[in-house]
Ligand binder design. Structure first.
Ligand SMILES: Nc1nc2c(c(=O)[nH]1)N[C@H]1C(S)=C(S)[C@@H](COP(=O)(O)OP(=O)(O)OC[C@H]3O[C@@H](n4cnc5c(N)ncnc54)[C@H](O)[C@@H]3O)O[C@H]1N2
Ligand code: MOO
Length: 460
């Protein structure tokens, strides 16, 4: 066995120390419990920019035509086509300019035979006009024979809105005119139910005059970490202390999943204090995530606070603490606070906490958002180095995945060892290799299942 393979054995891993008597849940049973408990949040009307990244809950119908009126797609002259038939550079049509129409103009001149109106892009086509000729096809009203390259600004040259203009080319009926309703007609369904609102969809809603939209809102996720050893990053780390990294990683992961996430810094190992904090946070939480304090240690306060045994206080909710057939992430707590707010009590080891979030909390957040696909993408890839795995556990080994060429599987290499404290390699990983419960080793060259943690597409 190579040194590298040795690193990936479960030897020395605390998760290997099972008592045997207790019932273990499978990963799939735990996930089924979660997805059977958590559902989409009730819809809300949100301001357009608040709704970015959310899914619509009803189809959106336009109440207006777009464009709302016939208008010019060019800066030029609004003309009657009979007046410019056969026009050439040598024999231009000479038209009388009866007015100047800016975008937003409401009072429009009538264009009669032999007449035209100077018109800007987006300005309404005046009555009588049938087409627009771009200013480049004219002398721009200069009286000269040469084509104009542009128009003098109205403020410095108001005379351009009068006098005469020479047109050097004919145009077809409707040339450079954007017709009312050629984009969208009133009554048309512009976004089906379940549309993900990105920039273009938000722009469309604004274009049809909507300032709010009915969506599944982003869940508000409160992340708290427990442990008296924790200090906040930026403050001095004393003997036996460590920086609280879980609350940062999990808050970032919650945002990445599409939630509005609130990070609550470390709560000391004091069950009464933790109960208070959780109760306070319930005001703003659609989902609560804690890390630490769920194994069998004397200071594992999350269990004590949330599922007190024989205590005086009633439990805050029905939180079940269980062991899973997985590594990392063996101890897990899940249930509803107050009968409504899901709480995930994740293990404290940083790798366990983060991977538990990706595998269990992220799907719950996405289910609350109303997403159809709640899981990270899974692919098959060729393992580039042998890997050992504990028996009876589904192992999630941190890895780097490289996509293959067209029609080819990608390749995947484990990074770091199996220790749940290894945050360095975790930051290099873009995926996890899934080794099934009954597999204790996989050889280089074999295909494995890989969960991609960095999807190419966005959260929902
Ligand atoms: N006798 C046993 N001991 C342990 C078992 C077991 O079955 N029997 N399970 C081990 C496994 S597996 C895990 S995972 C951990 C879970 O422990 P807890 O959830 O109770 O977490 P803590 O004890 O509070 O902390 C574990 C570890 O993680 C560090 N930690 C905690 N919070 C943070 C944070 N916010 N940021 C960074 N690091 C954090 C903490 O300092 C500990 O080193 O239990 C094993 N033990
Ligand atoms: O099972 Mo624990 O690996 O360190 O979460």
């Amino acid at each position: 066995m190579s040194d590298h393979q040795h690193e990936h054995t479960a030897e020395g891993d605390p998760c290997a120390a099972d008592s045997g008597a207790e019932r273990y849940w499978t990963v799939d049973e735990h996930l089924a419990d979660i997805l059977g408990t958590v559902g989409p949040l009730p819809p809300l009307d949100l301001q357009l920019l608040e709704a970015q990244g959310c899914l619509t809950v009803e189809r959106i119908t336009a109440g207006v035509d777009l464009p709302p009126f016939d208008n010019s797609s060019m800066d030029g002259y609004a003309v009657r086509i009979a007046d410019i038939e056969g026009a050439t550079e040598e024999y231009p049509s000479v038209l009388t300019v009866v007015g100047d129409i800016a975008a937003g103009a409401a009072d429009l001149p009538v264009v009669g035979p032999g007449q035209c109106a100077r018109i800007m892009t987006g300005a309404p086509l005046p009555p009588g006009a049938e087409a627009v000729v771009p200013v480049e096809w004219t002398d721009g009203g200069s009286g000269g024979k040469d084509a104009a390259v542009g128009m003098a600004p109205h403020s410095s040259s108001p005379e351009g809105a009068g006098g005469e203009v020479r047109v050097f080319q004919p145009a077809e009926n409707g040339a450079f005119v954007r017709r009312r309703g050629d984009d969208i007609t009133a009554g048309q369904v512009v976004l089906p139910e379940g549309t993900l609102l990105g920039p273009a969809q938000i722009g469309l809603l604004a274009a049809i005059g909507q300032d709010s939209v009915r969506v599944r809102p982003r869940p508000r996720v409160v992340v708290l970490s427990t442990g008296s050893e924790l200090v906040q990053p930026g403050t001095a780390v004393g003997p036996g202390q460590i920086s609280d990294s879980n609350s940062f990683a999990l808050t970032a992961a919650a945002r990445d999943a599409g939630a509005i996430a609130y990070r609550v810094g470390g709560v000391p190992d004091d069950a009464a204090r933790l109960r208070e904090v959780v109760e306070d946070q319930l005001i703003r939480a659609d989902l609560v995530v804690t890390s630490g304090g769920v194994s069998v240690g004397a200071y594992d306060v999350v269990k004590e606070a949330l599922a007190p045994e024989g205590g005086e206080q009633p439990p805050l909710g029905a939180i079940s603490f269980r062991k899973l057939r997985m590594q990392p992430g063996k101890p897990q707590g899940f249930g509803l606070l107050d009968g409504t707010v899901p709480l995930f009590a994740l293990p404290g080891n940083p790798v366990s906490a983060y991977l538990s979030f990706e595998l269990f909390v992220r799907p719950a957040i996405r289910a609350m958002l109303g997403a159809e696909e709640v899981h990270r993408p899974v692919v098959r890839a060729v393992l580039s180095q042998g890997l050992r795995s504990p028996s009876g556990r589904r192992q999630f080994a941190r890895a780097r995945y490289v996509a293959g060429g067209p029609g080819e599987p990608g390749s995947v290499a484990p990074v770091g060892g199996a220790g749940s404290h290894l945050v360095g390699p975790l930051a290099q990983a873009n995926s996890v290799i899934v080794v099934p419960e009954d597999t204790t080793s996989v050889e280089a060259g074999e295909q494995v299942e890989v969960v991609l943690l960095e999807a190419a597409d966005r959260p929902i």
